[in-house]
Each structure stands twice: as C-alpha cells, then as structure tokens.
Design a binder for this molecule. Sequence first.
Ligand SMILES: [Zn+2]
Length: 120
Amino acid sequence: MPSTSRHHWGTDMDLNNLNNKFFDSGEGLKIYTWLKAHGAEYGFCQPYTTKEGGRTGYEEERWHWSYLPLSGEFLNQYKKEVTYKDITGFEGSEVAKPMGVIKNYVEGVACKKLCGGSSV
Ligand SMILES: [Zn+2]
C-alpha cells in the first residue's frame, strides 16, 4: 500500500527470490542460513518473520532485509510524522485506517528494538 512500504525509505531490499520456498533448500537455504547467522553483523534484519510471538502485518518474507542503522530511525520518524491523513488519494486508501495499516503493518516488524519499535 502506498505510504506504508519500507522499500520507499531506501533502507530495505528484496534478495534473490520472492518465494519463501526458495529458501527451504539448495542455494536458497544456503543464502538464508548465512543471512540469519551474519546479517546482523552488517546491520541487517529480516523484518517480516513468521508471526510466532504475535507479530502483525505482512506474512513472512525471507527475501526482505532491512538496514537497521537507517530503517530504525526512519521508523521512529514515520511514527512521529505520518498519520492516516497522509495515506489517501488512491484506490483502496479508504481501508488503510480500518485495517490499522500503520500499527499493524508499518510497525508490525520483527526485532523492534533494533528496528525502532518499543518491544520484541
Ligand atoms: Zn520487500
């Protein structure tokens, strides 16, 4: 949804394949295992993990990684400056508030302490 994607911040990127199954075996598993073990050493986090633990929003995306030194600060600024009044003017924008896209999706990230949230 426009105004809610972390890709717009320039801090997040999709790697290799947009299908979680790619990361279950072979080259994908090798890549994902390395990313989970070493991504944080370089400042990266997977914001959309499984929803175990009560994370809300987007389903698991093993391909989506975020550069925390910037995205954490961007999330903090987003929370201060963006409201539902800013998420308008396109087809489907009327469901942004009922869906709670800011709380449930923009803030629905794993590793919140690192990504700029208050817990998890
Ligand atoms: Zn992505």
